[in-house]
Design a protein around this ligand. Structure first.
Ligand code: CTP
Length: 416
């Protein structure tokens, strides 16, 4: 994908650096077009180094290349972050007094503007009118986030987080998704649990929660009412979610078990994408464990298998249960051999298998998966961004859900 990233002159220009990295990590070619004023905040060298492309601000640079037309014509997606009050005004007026506004006039691709400015400027009737004009023309203008602004003031006007901007921008290119989860209630667990050792230490794992968050996002895009049970998922990962997803934060496997089962009482589908600890320290110390020389022995107790319990003691009859299996493959069998055995052992309706290790799976923005059914037979395979993979997973879940008699609300008893 060929993306143009416009950067206007605001302090939030530094966040556009992170946005550029995100877009590059997802494999997109990004041409950065800063305004001259924005170079006061982030310099040309940063943009050139991180994008690997030339950076110009004026229509009189690279005249032989006709840059003021070529950049906009070649764009498949145009994002401006931050979009200042001045940039919005110039875009609304249809001006072409620098390369960015000229590019905005020439481009015929989807355009997303992510505003950032002081609250007074955002609320001013001139800006309100400019935003309305741009939206009426089909330009997507994000609402700014609320919070601390450049000085001591706070309020609406902050640039949304780079993850949120990237999700919103790339969503403009997504094919229209079927509303096949409309009215369905979905619970997704994501992230990695932390099992307390003492007040400052825990046993954890490397799950970032990105795949689970993408699953929740994909489900909302298809019309579902989604509860995300998030185990230690970073704010920057959660920022990729549309507003409207109900997020329940948990820390340990036992917290997660209770939160998932409570939400699952009303759910049609439960997806266990979280990496839940298999063991926790048998006792957690109330005070910090001191170094005493030599070895420290820990005794661990097996945790409840939340997925297995959802199958054997369902909070709601007829609900579809989906598990995950991160596998490496070993001398005993391939990734798929282990997955097939796990599918039969766990008894979930579907098991999503992803190979991990060698930099695959954890913390990355792409994934490759195979979905197997309860008998271990392959239903589908997919590779791509975690959002694309998520839609492939929902494509496999929906027929199972549609084939299921509607659930009832007479929930089984909650675990003690
Ligand atoms: N899971 C769970 N509760 C646990 C452990 C795992 O619900 N205490 C769920 C995960 O959310 C995932 C699936 O079980 O959906 C697979 O987890 P995994 O750790 O791969 O399975 P295990 O049965 O622990 O198998 P292994 O021996 O390979 O670790």
């Amino acid at each position: 994908m060929r993306i143009v990233l416009g950067v206007a002159g605001g302090i939030a220009a530094y966040k556009a650096v992170l946005l550029l990295r995100l877009l590059r990590e997802q494999g997109h070619a990004v041409r950065v077009v800063p305004t001259r004023a924005s170079l006061e905040f982030v310099g040309r060298a940063t943009w050139e180094a991180l994008s690997g492309e030339p950076v110009t601000t004026d229509v009189f640079e690279d005249v032989d290349q006709v840059a003021h037309v070529a950049v906009g014509k070649g764009a498949e997606l145009l994002v401006v972050a931050p979009a200042t009050a001045d940039l919005l005004a110039r875009a609304a007026a249809g001006r072409a007094d620098d390369l960015l506004t000229a590019t905005l006039l020439v481009a015929r691709c989807p355009v997303l503007l992510a505003p950032a400015m002081h609250t007074e400027m955002w609320d001013h009737p001139a800006t309100v009118a400019n935003v309305a004009t741009l939206r009426a023309r089909g330009v997507h203008v994000l609402d700014p986030a609320s919070g601390r602004l450049t000085g001591q003031d706070s309020g609406p006007g902050r640039l949304p987080e780079p993850e949120e901007i990237a999700t919103a921008a790339l969503a403009l290119l997504e094919p229209a998704r079927p509303a096949d989860l409309s009215g369905r209630r979905v619970v997704v667990s994501a992230g990695g649990t932390r099992e307390r050792l003492d007040p400052v230490r825990f046993l954890g794992n490397r799950s970032s929660g990105r795949q689970g968050v993408a699953l929740a996002q994909a489900a909302t895009e298809r019309g579902a009412l989604v509860t995300l049970v998030a185990a230690n998922v970073g704010a920057e990962v959660l920022a990729g979610l549309s507003r409207g997803v109900d997020v329940v934060h948990v820390e340990s496997g036992e917290d997660l078990r209770h939160a998932v089962r409570a939400a699952a009482r009303a759910a049609d589908v439960v997806v266990m994408a979280a990496a839940v600890a298999d063991y926790r320290p048998t006792t957690a110390s109330d005070s910090k464990v001191k170094k005493s020389g030599g070895e420290l022995n820990l005794t661990l107790t097996e945790t409840t298998d939340v997925l297995r319990e959802l199958v054997t003691d369902p909070p709601r009859r007829g609900q579809v249960v989906v598990g995950f299996a991160a596998e490496t493959g070993d001398s005993e069998g391939s990734v798929l051999d282990h997955a097939r055995a796990k599918a039969r052992r766990k008894g979930a309706d579907l098991l999503v298998v992803n190979p991990v290790g060698d930099g695959r799976g954890f913390g990355t923005s792409t994934n490759e998966i195979t979905v197997v059914d309860g008998a271990g037979d392959v239903v589908t395979t997919a590779a791509g961004t975690k959002l694309e993979v998520s839609h492939a997973i929902w494509d496999a879940v929906v027929p199972v859900l549609d084939g299921r008699a509607a659930g009832t609300d007479d929930a089984a008893s909650m675990p003690a």
